[in-house]
Write a protein that binds this ligand. Structure first.
Ligand SMILES: [Zn+2]
Length: 258
């Protein structure tokens, strides 16, 4: 059997111990050498301080708990946030950002490393993604202890979304104009449902000859006759003849269960 070669960690340890001895001997030979070491360390620390950015962009962060929601709609969540909390937090944060920016600019002007600081500041600016919204879900996990199953909860990030101030401001203005009645998607859906007048229903029933457009059931007396939005209002479908059709109750039910 061949002798096993020294393993990696042993070699590294030998090199470290060797260099410590070499270094100690070097200082022992001429104690002035310690001054060079201190100077070199000072230069390294100064360089690190110059080249590491002192700027940290102040992001706005908000978390939505979407546990139990199957397909959370981020725009709707933001609208609900704006309806509940209005615009105060956002406005305050925007003011803080402006304050932070003017402090940074002042600092750059006073700095001896003007160009480096300016570049670091420009790199750290991120107005387009300033407002960050995170969707989290509480998930139940299990562990075994002494043969007993125990459950505990963890937060799992579902997705995240970021936008700029103008986006939030324009949503807020739109919500304001409808008196914070409902999230904009719901409001649009409500408007579309209001457009479903008796006249429009009759017009579609006549156009489709009182016949279910899926199974062909004929309902001349109008019993069980439904007017269906082909693209649902909740998904932005409009109450216009091209998006409407006659369905029987059975087909309407199986469609909405999909
Ligand atoms: Zn049918």
């Amino acid at each position: 059997m061949a002798k096993s070669a020294p393993s990696g960690p042993v070699i590294v340890l030998a090199i470290i111990i060797g260099s410590i001895f070499y270094f100690a001997n070097w200082i022992y030979q001429n104690p002035l050498n310690i001054i060079y070491v201190i100077l070199a360390l000072a230069v390294i620390i100064a360089l690190i301080r110059i080249y590491s950015s002192p700027f940290h962009y102040p992001y706005f962060e908000h978390t939505f708990d979407v546990s139990g929601k199957r397909k959370p709609n981020i725009e709707k969540l933001i609208d609900e946030y704006l309806i509940e909390k209005r615009f105060d937090e956002i406005k305050l944060h925007e003011q803080n950002i402006q304050k932070w920016k003017s402090q940074c600019i002042e600092m750059i002007e006073q700095s001896r490393f003007h160009k480096i600081r300016q570049r670091q500041y420009d790199e750290c600016l991120d107005d387009a993604h300033c407002y960050q919204f995170k969707l989290i879900r509480q998930k139940t996990r299990y562990q075994q202890r002494n043969y007993v199953k125990q459950s505990y909860k963890v937060n799992v990030t579902d997705s995240s979304y970021s936008c700029n101030y103008n986006y939030l401001h324009s949503r807020y203005s739109k919500l304001y104009s409808i008196n914070f009645e409902a999230p904009l998607v719901d409001y649009a859906a409500k408007e579309q449902r209001n457009l479903m007048t008796k006249e429009l229903r009759e017009k579609i029933a006549r156009r489709d000859n009182y016949t279910c457009q899926i199974c062909g059931k004929y309902m001349p007396d109008g019993v069980g006759l439904h007017i269906d939005h082909i693209v649902p209002v909740s998904k932005g479908g409009k109450s216009v003849p091209s998006n409407l059709q006659v369905l029987c109750s059975k087909c309407n039910m199986s469609k909405s269960n999909k």
